[in-house]
Design a protein around this ligand. Sequence first.
Ligand SMILES: Nc1nc2c(c(=O)[nH]1)N[C@H]1C(S)=C(S)[C@@H](COP(=O)(O)O)O[C@H]1N2
Ligand SMILES: [Mo]
Length: 253
Amino acid sequence: MKRDKSLIAATLKDIAPDLKRIERRLFLRQSLSLGALTMLSGCDLGSGNAVQGALDAMSKWNDGVQAALFSQTRLAKTYAPSDITPNFPFNAFYTEAEAPVINGKTYKLQLSGKITDKKPWSIADLRTLPQESQITRLICVEGWSAIGHWGGVPLHVFLDRIGADKTAKYVGFKCADKYYSSIDMPTALHPQTILALDYADEPLPTPLGYPLRIRIPTKLGFKNPKFITEIFVTNDYPGGYWEDQGYNWFSGS
Ligand SMILES: Nc1nc2c(c(=O)[nH]1)N[C@H]1C(S)=C(S)[C@@H](COP(=O)(O)O)O[C@H]1N2
Ligand SMILES: [Mo]
């Protein structure tokens, strides 16, 4: 995540004189009250500084533009078996040795929120549903990407099966390692968004998220949560581990 943070820092440094000038002008003329600014940016400027408020507002605006451009019928590029990256890389906010080891035999996926049938699902249950396979590229904001072969249940099939409220805004994910993330409903229903159980036709190896992860080729890597323990459907913005630290929430790729 270093590269992106330093980029933001550099950008902030570049625009600092302009921001100072704008701030001073606003302050002197008092042409915009804090209340008006709060309404414009849609966030509470009193709790942060003006620059952060403006950046957050830009990021939210960017979410709206990206969501409008997103198409449920436009597919992410798929690749040939010969394109697959050998030794698909591990990435997390900790080292590979610290990845959670989950017992797939006793594991149950928990469901909550706007879902009719909240019965927990075992891995065996999930394997009775239709399976989909894809060779797609995962792109990480840290500056690397890798092509991998994923298999599992299309999320839209699962959401149908459990009676999820598809008019709700968000699908959220909780993970065994305290990671969490969330996506918009159109992305959740996209045909290539899958509840991945397999990598290269075998159960996921631990580093790649055993026993269950989300694979979304239309989103950046950090929006592909691994070691999923719970799925929920909600209209309340759930955020995410990196999203809550300033990463753009929509983050299409
Ligand atoms: N549970 C969990 N999921 C996670 C992460 C994490 O730290 N914990 N990191 C994310 C990030 S930043 C990336 S790039 C991808 C990496 O997936 P990989 O390990 O299969 O390469 O996982 C995402 N999902
Ligand atoms: Mo990432």
